[in-house]
Design a protein around this ligand. Structure first.
Ligand code: WT7
Length: 641
C-alpha cells in the first residue's frame, strides 16, 4: 500500500465539537448490551406500552423488547407533527427528468393515511404480506409506511428485477397484493414496468395498484388492476395506526444465498426501528438542519433502513433521486448536492469509482461546501477510492463512515463513529457500541493480521428474526458453521494489530456486483434454464468499477455449437430471468467443468482461471484434471483475441 493509504485520519475538531458522540464512553456503556439497547429504545422510539423484557435469547431465535407495543409509521410521522415539526420537509424527490416533488412530514402523513385506507378498503388485513414493486418514486416509501400503519408486512421487490423474480417472491411470501407503476425513466428511456409486472402475476390470484409515473399506455385488467390516483381520490385522510407488538413482522426482504432460491429475511418492528434509528443518529450524526442523501434504491435493505425508517424515525430531511449518477451528464449528483445543500452523502464504492473515473472536473464544477459527512456501503472500498472521496468530494473536511452491514443485520454493524473514530482508508473500523465481532476459522479466533471469517457474537436489536418459512435454511446459513450464538456473515475479514476490521468481500458462492448480492447458483440456474445449456458454472471476477462481475462457463448440449449469437442470447436470458445486474460479463464455452470425484464443480479453480491468476493450486483431487489446462489455454486464446 502507498504511504498515504496507511495514514490515519483524526476526526476534525470542528466536527467533534458538535457531534452527538464525542468520546469512547459509549463503547464502555455497550458492554452490557441489554441495558445499552434498552436505553436506546427509550431515547429513540415512542412506545404505546413499554416492554417487559429487553431481550429473550433462545438461540437461534432472539426476541427484543418483548411485550412492547408501538407503530413504525407513528414513529416516522405522527410524532413529528405532534412535536411541531409537521412543516419540515421529509422528502425532496427529484425525478431523472428534473421534476421535483416535496413532502413535508404533514403531507407525507396525509398520503400515508390515505393509502393505508386504500389498502384496507381493498381488503388488506393486519398480517397480510403486500408486495411493492416500484422504482424510486415517493409512492414507494408512502406504500411501505401505509403497510406499517395497518400492520401489513411489506415485501419490496427491486424494480430492476425480472417478472420471474417478482413471481417467486410473491409466491414465497403468499402476497395477494402488489403495488406497481406504469413505467419509469432510466437514462432518458421509458421503461415499461406494467407489462413486466403483468408477466409476473399472470395467472396468480392477486390485485395490483398501479402508480402513474411514466404516462405510457398500459393494459388495466378489470377487477385486478386499480389506479393509485383513482383510489386515493376517494380515500379518507385519517387512519389510526395499528398497535403492533415489538416482535410483529415489519417486512420481508429477499436476498441471495447459496442456493438458487432467494430467501426471505424477516425483520420485526421494535428492534429493527431501535437499531435503524440509533445508527442513523450516531453514525450519520444527523442534526435537525441536515439535508441527508442516501443514493441507494429503496428496493434494497440500505434504502429501507437509511432512506425510509432511519431518517424518518429521526425527523430528518432526505433527498430521494430517481435516476443514475451520470445522467444526463456526469455531474448530476454534484449538481443535486449543490442545489439542495446536501450535508450528508451516503453512497457505494461502485458509484465512487465510477465518478472517479469520469474525472475530478465534474465534481469541481459545483460548490459542495454544504457537505460535512460522507458514507460508504455495499462492498469494501479500496483505499484509492476512499482517498479520492475524501479529497475531491469531501475536500478533506468530511469524515468518511465506511459502514459494514448486510440485509440480515438490518443496521450498521462495523462502522466508525464520525466524532470519535480515527479512520484508516479502506477499513470499516470497529463494531458499533453494544456489538461484538470476531474473525475465526476452523481452528478458532485467528490472530491479528490473519485472514478469517467475520462472526458476530452478540445479539443486536435489528437482527433478522429468521427466514420466512425456512427454519432449516436459517440455521444452516447463519448458525451452523461456528455454532449457535456466533452469527456467520459469510464475509472474509482481518483484524489488524490496532483492532481495526478490514472486510474482504464474500467468501463462497455469493457475489457482490456493484454492491448487490447475487448467488452464483441463481445465475447458473438461469443459464441451465436455456435449452442449449447442459451445465454452467458461474464465478465472480474482479471489475474495476463494479468490484465484481459474474463470469460464466457453459457446457452446451449435444447439437448446439458455440457462437457469439448464442452467447448474446444466453446473457439476455439471464437478464430476463433475474434482471440486468445478473448479466454475466462474459461466457466461455467449454467441453467440461473441473469436478471433484464426488462430482462437485470446483468453482475455486474456475474463479482463479477467470481472474487470470497463474497459481491455481492443487488439482490432484479432481476427477478430470486435464480440463484445467484445457480451459487455461482456451482462456488465454480468448483473452488475446
Ligand atoms: C454484503 C451484504 C447492507 C448494505 C448493502 C448490501 C458487503 C456491505 C460493506 C462494507 C465491505 C460490505 C458484504 C456483506 N458489504 N457493506 N462497508 N465493506 N463489504 O447488503 O445485499 O445484504 O450484502 O455486502 O460482503 O456481506 P447485502
Amino acid at each position: 500500500m502507498a504511504e498515504e493509504q496507511q495514514q490515519v485520519f483524526e476526526p476534525p475538531e470542528s466536527f467533534v465539537k458538535n457531534a452527538w458522540i464525542k468520546d469512547e464512553s459509549v463503547y464502555k456503556e455497550g458492554e452490557d448490551y441489554r441495558s445499552f439497547w434498552a436505553k436506546r429504545a427509550e431515547e429513540m422510539i415512542d412506545w404505546y406500552e413499554k416492554w417487559d423484557e429487553t431481550l429473550v435469547e433462545d438461540p437461534p431465535y432472539y426476541k427484543w423488547f418483548v411485550g412492547g407495543k408501538l407503530n413504525a409509521s407513528y414513529n416516522c410521522l405522527d410524532r413529528w407533527i405532534e412535536k411541531g415539526k409537521g412543516d419540515k420537509l421529509a422528502y425532496i424527490w427529484e425525478g431523472e427528468d428534473g421534476q421535483v416533488r416535496k413532502f413535508t412530514y404533514k403531507e407525507l402523513h396525509k398520503e400515508v393515511n390515505k393509502f393505508a385506507n386504500v389498502l384496507k378498503n381493498l381488503g388488506v388485513k393486519k398480517g397480510d404480506v403486500v408486495s411493492i414493486y416500484l422504482p424510486m418514486v415517493p409512492e414507494l416509501p408512502i406504500a411501505m409506511l401505509a403497510c406499517a400503519r395497518i400492520g401489513a408486512p411489506h415485501s419490496v421487490v427491486f424494480a430492476g428485477f425480472s417478472a420471474d423474480s417478482l413471481r417467486d417472491r410473491m409466491t414465497d411470501a403468499g402476497a395477494k397484493y402488489v403495488i406497481t407503476c406504469d413505467g419509469y425513466f432510466r437514462r432518458g428511456k421509458l421503461i415499461d414496468h406494467k407489462t413486466k409486472t403483468d408477466e409476473g402475476i399472470e395467472g396468480m390470484d392477486v390485485k395490483s395498484i398501479v402508480v402513474r409515473r411514466g404516462g405510457n399506455d398500459v393494459n388495466m385488467k378489470e377487477g385486478r388492476d386499480y389506479w393509485w390516483h383513482e383510489l386515493m381520490e376517494k380515500a379518507d385522510e385519517t387512519c389510526e395506526p395499528e398497535v403492533m407488538d415489538a416482535e410483529d413482522l415489519l417486512f420481508l426482504m429477499y436476498t441471495s444465498g447459496t442456493t438458487g432460491k432467494p430467501k426471505g429475511v424477516m425483520h420485526t418492528t421494535g428492534g429493527y426501528l431501535v437499531g435503524a434509528a440509533t445508527t442513523m443518529k450516531w453514525v450519520f450524526d444527523v442534526k435537525d438542519d441536515d439535508v441527508y442523501w442516501c443514493t441507494a434504491d429503496v428496493g434494497w435493505i440500505t434504502g429501507h433502513s437509511y432512506i425510509v425508517y432511519g431518517p424518518l424515525a429521526l425527523g430528518v430531511t432526505s433527498i430521494m433521486y430517481e435516476g443514475t449518477p451520470d445522467y444526463p451528464k456526469p455531474d448530476r449528483w454534484w449538481e443535486i448536492i449543490e442545489k439542495y445543500k446536501v450535508s450528508i452523502l451516503y453512497t457505494a464504492p461502485t458509484a465512487i469509482r465510477m465518478c472517479m473515473k469520469k474525472g475530478d472536473e465534474w465534481v469541481n464544477m459545483h460548490d459542495l461546501s454544504s457537505l460535512r459527512l460522507l458514507g460508504s456501503v455495499g462492498e469494501p472500498i479500496n483505499p484509492e477510492a476512499w482517498l479520492w472521496y475524501y479529497r475531491v468530494v469531501g475536500k478533506e473536511r468530511c469524515p468518511i463512515v465506511d459502514t459494514w452491514w448486510m440485509t440480515e443485520t438490518g443496521m450498521h454493524i462495523i462502522t466508525p463513529l464520525p466524532g470519535v473514530t480515527k479512520l484508516k482508508p479502506g477499513s470499516a473500523t470497529f463494531p458499533f457500541p453494544g456489538i461484538k465481532a470476531e474473525v475465526r476459522d476452523e481452528n478458532g479466533v485467528v490472530p491479528p493480521g490473519q485472514k478469517g471469517e467475520l462472526v458476530i457474537t452478540t445479539p443486536w436489536p435489528a437482527m433478522l428474526r429468521g427466514l420466512y418459512h425456512a427454519h432449516d435454511k436459517y440455521v444452516e446459513e447463519y448458525w451452523s458453521k461456528y455454532g449457535l450464538g456466533k452469527f456467520y456473515t459469510g464475509d472474509g475479514a482481518i483484524i489488524d494489530e490496532d483492532g481495526y476490521f478490514w472486510l474482504l468481500g464474500r467468501v463462497g458462492d455469493v457475489l457482490n456486483v456493484a454492491g448487490h448480492r447475487l448467488g452464483t447458483a441463481e445465475v447458473e440456474s438461469a443459464l441451465v434454464d436455456h435449452p442449449s445449456v447442459a451445465e454452467a458454472a458461474v464465478v465472480g471476477v474482479p471489475h474495476e468499477i463494479k468490484g465484481q462481475v459474474p463470469f460464466a462457463y457453459v457446457v452446451l448440449r449435444q447439437g448446439y455449437s458455440p457462437s457469439d449469437e448464442l452467447k448474446k442470447e444466453l446473457i439476455g436470458h439471464v437478464s430476463k430471468l433475474i434482471g440486468p445486474t445478473a448479466r454475466p460479463s462474459d461466457i466461455l464455452f467449454v467441453d467440461d467443468l473441473p469436478k471433484t470425484r464426488s462430482g462437485k464443480i470446483m468453482r475455486r479453480i474456475l474463479k482463479k482461471l477467470a481472474s487470470g491468476e497463474e497459481q491455481i493450486g492443487d488439482t490432484t483431487t479432481l476427477q478430470n484434471p486435464e480440463i484445467v489446462d484445457e480451459i487455461h489455454r482456451e482462456l488465454k486464446d480468448y483473452l488475446n483475441k
